[in-house]
Write a protein of this length. Structure first.
Length: 369
């Protein structure tokens, strides 16, 4: 599905994908290609190649929050996470002209200026902490900048979006949030339950993020956020990244118009200083759609077996927007927003400016690893 028909973004445009990947999905689809079963769940470092790096820069991507470490599965969460960090550190060292490890917002600006892509290390679970708060400092010193409290289910910190009897934060979870903010790590409330989200916002002393979600008022799905959560996030000074996932609709295949609808609702509830993008996807286009659909069906079955699937997941709905994908996705999004009457300054905030501001307010500098 090549997609290079739109004019690129101006060179100075900052684009921050608050949750995404740098992998080339086609490496997972080709016969004899990468065996995803040999990678930790969520690990995409093994699928990054010259094409995916070139596509990221061609798309105008300045920085992306990539998921590192344990999300689900049988591997020891701590050991798998440390291995994954080492893998990404090696990948960045091997590609100094293309990649820059992000410690602060300044690294994003420097990456943009030097034609690199900033790699923001993030977690989508906290199981790698075990019950040890001191591991937060360890991971922060290793360069982890964003930590999501929970995936869809319940862990020792909090309840996720698909937990039926929503109990919110645990006492340990309260301590985790306090320590994360003390160490200058951004707390991510994506995948959280409603109670978890609101309780975390109530105790936070710094702005928080929802890196990849949608608006429940536009699609009533547990992975999306209610207006109460969105409003409280904005009052806290945080930012939501709107994703390009199936949950933009409750039925059928979402398209670009659905993304625009969610963005505009978030703008109405939160204000233009608190809305960004977190596609939860890659930049490189899919070359072989039949192979992709077979892979997607297997992935959905894996998620079901791991107990981390969300309602309505089906191989009939792809994990990207068919009319807003590939290297032109960010430029095309800017065009669509402009056609709806949004001005250049607002579009710049949505594409990346708001998350740069948030990172500047929340991330404590660390020495490069």
């Amino acid at each position: 599905m090549p997609d290079k028909d739109h004019a690129p973004l101006p060179a100075q445009t900052i684009v921050v994908n608050a949750l995404g990947t740098l992998d080339n999905p086609n490496l997972l689809l080709a016969p004899g290609g990468i065996d995803r079963s040999k990678l930790a769940y969520g690990n995409s470092a093994g699928a990054v190649d010259e094409r995916s790096l070139a596509d990221a820069r061609a798309a105008g991507l300045s920085a992306v929050n990539v998921t590192l470490g344990h999300v689900a599965g049988s591997d020891d969460p701590f050991e798998a996470t440390v291995r994954d960090i080492a893998t990404w550190d090696a990948l960045i060292r091997q590609n100094p002209a293309a990649l820059r490890k992000v410690f602060t917002a300044t690294d994003i600006l420097d990456a943009q200026a030097q034609g690199q892509v900033g790699v923001i290390y993030g977690f989508q679970n906290t199981e790698m902490l075990g019950g040890d708060l001191d591991r937060i400092r360890l991971f922060a010193d290793l360069g982890v900048r964003i930590i999501q409290l929970t995936y869809n289910g319940r862990n020792h910190v909090a309840d996720g979006a698909t937990v039926a009897d929503d109990r919110g934060l645990s006492p340990f979870g309260v301590d985790v949030i306090t320590r994360l903010q003390r160490e200058g790590v951004l707390v991510d409330l994506s995948h959280s339950s409603t109670a978890t989200c609101l309780e975390a916002l109530d105790i936070a002393t710094r702005p928080l993020a929802i890196t990849h979600s949608g608006c429940r008022a536009r699609a009533d799905h547990p992975r999306n956020k209610s207006d109460a959560e969105l409003r409280r996030l904005a009052e806290n000074g945080g930012v939501i990244g709107i994703y390009s996932m199936p949950y933009l609709r409750t039925q059928g295949q979402p398209q670009a118009a659905d993304l625009i609808s969610h963005i505009e609702h978030a703008l109405e509830v939160c204000g233009e200083d608190h809305v960004g993008i977190g596609t939860d996807g890659c930049v490189s286009a899919i070359d072989d759609m039949p192979a992709y659909r077979r892979h997607l069906a297997a992935e959905i079955e894996t998620r079901r077996q791991l107990g981390i699937g969300a309602p309505g997941e089906t191989a009939e709905v792809v994990l990207f927007l068919p009319d807003l994908c590939g290297v032109s996705q960010f430029a095309r999004l800017a065009e669509l927003l402009a056609a709806r009457g949004h001005g250049d300054a607002r579009i710049a905030k949505i594409l990346g400016g708001n998350f740069v501001r948030l990172f500047n307010e929340t991330l404590t500098p660390r020495f490069p690893a």
